[in-house]
Design a protein around this ligand. Structure first.
Ligand code: C2E
Ligand code: CA
Ligand code: CA
Length: 365
């Protein structure tokens, strides 16, 4: 297909599913030829009655630009790779033409990944703890550990952003190790007050060969009691790596860990799998709570999730509870534990301990 579509070009097979086309036509003509290739693969291939869909992505580097008249071979290849990597990781666009903006985005991402590595070495990361409050017993029962980056350049960005970058570059493993060390050590203190800590683990961590043994070793070296630490996993990830992950979670659960299913309701096919999962707790995503008082749809979803959890004998934590109205509503629906700005934002360890000692009560501040 490539050979017959590109009229003046050399076509090379690069890696398993990668081809390089060196076109000697001007870009306008080449662009039409690229479009033609994409058009061709829209139709499924039929092999032994199976319909096979081919997903194509392309990165383009235009040598014809005057700017690149004297560019050397390696530099040109690097720019082509930047464009094709960008194409592979962009969801809503299949063809990425290298330009100044692509270059800038690449440099920023690269810089952040390097800064993450040095940030770990310079102790720039810190764990904050957000309270989880039982509306019936009127006590704090747990905290979720959330990472913060104390670096003036990045302190305003969400952990969601730098965690994603760390996942892409692999440094999530070092960050994950830091999180586990910090949280398990802190858990020993909170344990004295009958309070658990939960920590987020990233998919890239769980699939590592040593994940379970590392966690168990840390758990034992801190001499933790069953129930003192929970790990939070997301539903979407679970569905993609079902069997491997289930095995690991079972081992952890059998050894005293609690498992919380995070962001529940935002993934897919959740209900069917619930009974096979070794989980203790479902966390209702804050997007549903945000509109729970005003929107009938959100209210119905929250109600159904809670009654499902009750039936399956799972605990529930509603996330993102910001006001009394939301708290009262989810309490009436059968949710015991809430987490959100109403009780408190994530805070440093010392403040979290102080909060526990002050024994806060909702509405009686
Ligand atoms: P998440 O696990 O869903 O964490 C809950 C997020 O909701 C936190 O954002 C928290 O600050 C925020 N939140 C809590 N209560 C409220 C509320 O009442 N209203 C609103 N609007 N937001 C509330 P944060 O700390 O920015 O973390 C964002 C995400 O970054 C987390 O989402 C989690 O996916 C990831 N993350 C954070 N720390 C870690 C970590 O140590 N490891 C990993 N792998 N991921 C982490
Ligand atoms: Ca979480
Ligand atoms: Ca969540």
């Amino acid at each position: 297909l490539l050979n017959s579509t590109f009229t003046k070009a050399d076509v090379y097979h690069h890696e398993e599913f990668e081809f390089v086309v060196v076109s000697y036509s001007l870009f306008n003509k080449t662009a039409n030829e690229i479009a033609k290739v994409f058009e061709e693969v829209k139709e499924p291939l039929i092999v032994n009655d199976n319909h096979i869909f081919v997903k194509l992505k392309a990165g383009v580097f235009k040598l014809e630009m005057p700017l690149y008249k004297n560019i050397d071979f390696n530099e040109a290849v690097t720019k082509l790779e930047i464009a094709s990597t960008k194409a592979k990781t962009t969801i809503n666009k299949d063809i990425i033409v290298y330009d100044q903006m692509v270059e800038a985005a690449y440099q920023t991402a690269n810089k952040m990944q390097a800064d993450i590595i040095s940030g770990i070495q310079n102790n720039e990361f810190q764990m904050y703890y957000q309270p989880q409050y039982d509306v019936n017993s009127e006590k704090i029962v747990g905290f979720e550990a959330l990472i913060r980056w104390n670096n003036p350049k990045y302190s305003h960005i969400s952990p969601q952003v730098f965690i994603e970058k760390a996942e892409q570059s692999g440094s999530i493993i070092q960050i994950g190790n830091f999180v586990i060390k910090e949280v398990f050590k802190a858990a020993k203190e909170f344990e004295k007050h009958g309070i658990h800590l939960s920590c987020n683990v990233s998919p890239a961590q769980i699939v590592q060969a040593g994940f379970t043994s590392d966690l168990l070793a840390e758990y034992e070296s801190n001499n933790l009691k069953p129930g003192s630490v929970a790990i939070e996993i997301t539903e979407t990830f679970l569905m993609e790596n079902f069997t491997t992950v289930i095995e690991k979670l079972k081992i952890l659960k059998n050894n005293g860990f609690s498992i919380h299913l995070d962001d529940f309701g935002t993934g897919y096919s959740s209900m069917l799998y619930l009974k096979d999962l070794p989980i203790d707790t479902i966390k209702v995503d804050k997007e549903f709570i945000r509109h729970v008082e005003v929107d009938k749809f959100s209210r119905t979803i929250v109600k159904k999730i809670i009654s499902l959890a009750v039936e399956l004998e799972l605990d529930i934590i509603c996330e993102g509870v910001e006001n009394m109205a939301q708290s009262n509503l989810v309490k009436k629906m059968g949710c015991d534990v809430i987490q959100g700005y109403l009780i408190g934002k994530a805070m440093p360890y010392d403040d979290a301990i102080k909060l526990v000692l002050s024994g806060p009560k909702l509405g009686k501040k």
